[in-house]
Ligand binder design. Structure first.
Ligand code: CU
Length: 131
């Protein structure tokens, strides 16, 4: 099981609260971290699942266009690491490779375009790099 550190970006929630529309919006989607083993080192794999909360189904074919890894959870927001999208065999699951160059708390910022959803879906996911 994924215990953890995943949380949804507060700004996305605030944006949704400011709208009164009953239409689908970005809060109908959630990113969850599904990879659990994050060791310090190069080539670490992050795996996230994108779910449509209205149906509980995985969202395929989202275009991930912004990703950032930094150590903001440990007070090092300027310490970043490149993120590379990787192929995934599992529908609704998106994989990325990054270099966890230091043990401690990392933040993975991700934004996506979902088919039929005008709003950007974004999340900030925290994880621990184990020594
Ligand atoms: Cu650091």
């Amino acid at each position: 099981m994924n215990t953890i550190y995943a949380r949804i970006c507060g700004s996305a929630l605030a944006l949704a609260l400011s709208t009164s529309s009953a239409l689908a919006d970005a809060t109908d989607y959630r990113f969850d971290l599904v990879s659990t083993d994050h060791q310090v080192g190069s080539g670490a794999i992050l795996e996230v699942r994108l779910t449509d909360l209205r149906t509980g189904t995985p969202v395929e074919g989202a275009v991930i266009y912004a990703t950032r890894m930094d150590m903001a959870p440990d007070g090092m927001a300027t310490m970043t690491s490149p993120v590379t999208a990787m192929p995934s065999d599992v529908p609704g699951t998106y994989r990325f490779a990054t270099d966890l160059t230091m043990a401690g708390g990392w933040r993975f910022s991700v934004a996506a375009k979902v088919q039929g959803e005008p709003e950007t879906v974004s999340a900030e996911i925290e994880l621990q790099a184990e020594p």
